[in-house]
Design a protein around this ligand. Structure first.
Ligand code: G4P
Length: 524
């Protein structure tokens, strides 16, 4: 198979959802279809359980386990599918945002009873920023939930996307009978069963009275619903889906393995194969012969005796080969990788080559950071990995002056991994750590001590948001920086940040400096 065929048969995507909507269950069912696992329950260990919120050691342990299932590759009907796992725990949301930069499409799972939830909104924001095509899977149809029309409305409104149902439920909850698959014109009837694939009846014409015999009085409602669906939603078009202008919606029950195969069959048909990736200098086409890739995730070894890490590289173009010299653009050095790993379901193995869309894990002794580009020599920089303003802030204070070097190195490396963000005030050099959740503060303290032998304490600082700012008007920037000097800091990449202590102060700054662009996010 040549490079072009290998690329065309790849689908690299992530399943995203608010915790508990059914992401893990759906992932598992997809792996079962691909024959990548034999029994249900095999990927459960990947999930950071809700009950562990206050126990960060347990979470770190689970994160350790999750390395193996960070990427789950499998073959299905000749298609190579790579599912990139995203942590459900909200304190690790940044990990998820970065992972979304390495996928070509997304399946969004929504719980029929709960509708659109908080985390779904934020994740979809990242998808919209990147124009990522999205398929929606409404899960748990075996439970009572929101009326499907209302739910579609809610998804459109809350997530700011246009939807097009490609399947439609026949009742729900205890009376759930199945779905009509609009995409394939078939009737899929539900039998509550955790493992088996349901039988499908081809059913092109729903006006056929045969339908009443099969599903009884529900046929009347289904006909009405379908004519309404066709009336209010636009025709489905693959082009519009690929342009992220329309999101197809499927209904089902992941736990009961219902609607999953229909989703998978449609997915492999319509989801994009690896797409061009933007670098600062130019757009890189996957079909280019020369290898390029970027690091989107770094995972530290959980064993403190081996402080090595795995850098996850998304292949953007060409063929990645083992034991070949590649150029690390940022530091200007060449590296060769003797043990690159690929991830297949619950195992990993050393590979000789990998293609665009694939993810390889490379052994890193501290040379890589998130966002780094690897090439055959060309000096390009992939961009678009987002960082959002943290929610929580604390001063970090060195608790052991004899270990200053270790603390600096430790903080530096933990920030490279994307555990949290570090800001340094311009006027006094004090360092502030910003995180998404309270948990990271404990994780940082623990890891600094156990992996670097450094101790730190935290001191409270009351901040509202970190705002990256820029303007073409140098005068305004200079004046703003002078007046607000005690709130101005640099992020890890040396970018200017305004650490606003209240929404009022921020609003004030925006009003007084209309030509300055303040943003709660930045890209590397
Ligand atoms: P997540 O990864 O999105 O956090 O969700 P996960 O798949 O773990 O599912 C959350 C809970 O919802 C699980 O129950 C799971 O069994 C259940 N679930 C998933 N899909 C369906 C479905 O289609 N119908 C119904 N009724 N339930 C579903 P749990 O009790 O929290 O966990 P467990 O004890 O089953 O592991």
């Amino acid at each position: 198979m040549d490079l072009r065929d290998e690329i065309n048969r790849r689908r690299t995507f992530a399943i995203i959802s608010h915790p508990d909507a059914g992401k893990t269950t759906l992932t598992e069912k997809l792996l079962l279809f691909g024959g990548a696992i034999r029994v249900a329950g095999a990927v459960k260990s990947n999930k950071i359980k809700k009950t562990a919120t206050s126990d960060f050691m347990e979470i770190e342990r689970q994160r350790g386990i999750s390395v193996a299932t960070s990427v789950m590759g499998f073959e299905y009907n000749g298609v190579k599918i790579n599912i990139l796992d995203t942590p459900g725990h909200k304190d690790f949301a940044e990990d998820t945002y970065r992972t979304l930069t390495a996928v070509d499409s997304v399946i969004l799972v929504v719980d029929t009873a709960k509708g659109v939830e908080e985390q779904t909104r934020k994740l979809m924001e990242v998808c919209r920023m990147r124009n990522t095509p999205v398929i929606v899977f409404v899960n748990k149809m075996d439970r009572e939930g929101i009326d499907p029309f209302d739910l579609c409305d809610e998804i459109e409104k809350e997530l700011n996307i246009n939807v097009r149902p490609l399947s439609w439920p026949i009742n729900q909850g205890a009376k759930f009978k199945g779905v009509y698959n609009i995409y394939e014109s078939s009737l899929n009837l539900f039998t509550p069963n955790q493992q088996e694939i349901t039988e499908t009846i081809n059913f092109k014409d729903v006006t056929n009275p045969e339908l009443d015999k099969i599903i009884g009085t529900d046929a009347i409602k289904l006909r009405e619903d379908l004519s309404l669906v066709n009336g209010i939603y636009p025709e489905f078009s693959v082009e519009k889906y690929l342009a992220a202008e329309i999101s197809p919606v499927f209904f089902g029950s992941a736990l009961n393995n219902f609607g999953v195969q229909e989703l998978l069959n449609c997915f492999i048909e319509i989801a994009p194969s690896p797409l061009p990736v933007k670098a600062i200098e130019r757009e890189v086409n996957p079909y280019e012969e020369k290898f390029t890739g970027f690091v989107f995730k770094i995972h530290a070894n959980m064993d403190p005796n081996h402080r090595d890490r795995i850098a996850f590289v998304k292949i953007c173009s060409g063929i990645f080969q083992r034991n070949t010299n590649y150029h690390h653009v940022k530091i200007g050095k060449n590296f060769k990788f003797s043990t690159p790993t690929a991830f297949m379901a619950d195992k990993k193995s050393i590979i000789d080559e990998a293609f665009p869309g694939d993810i390889v894990g490379i052994h890193d002794t501290g040379n890589f950071r998130i966002g780094d580009t690897l090439t055959e020599g060309e000096k390009i920089h992939f961009t678009g990995i987002p960082s959002f303003s943290p929610e929580l802030f604390q001063y970090v204070v060195n608790a052991d002056p004899m270990k200053t070097k270790q603390l600096t190195k430790g903080l530096d490396q933990l920030m490279d991994e994307g555990v949290a963000q570090l800001f340094t005030f311009d006027y006094n050099g004090r360092k502030v750590i910003g995180t998404v959740g309270a948990l990271q503060f404990e994780v940082i303290q623990y890891r600094l001590l156990h992996e670097y032998g450094a101790s730190c304490n935290y001191e409270g600082i009351s901040l509202y948001k970190a705002c990256w700012f820029s303007s073409k008007n140098k005068e305004q920037i200079d004046d703003f920086k002078k007046r607000k000097y005690q709130y101005i800091a640099k992020d890890k990449h040396g970018k200017d940040v305004f650490l606003a202590d209240s929404p009022y102060i921020l609003q004030n700054a925006q009003d007084n400096y209309p030509e300055i662009n303040f943003q709660f996010k930045t890209e590397m």
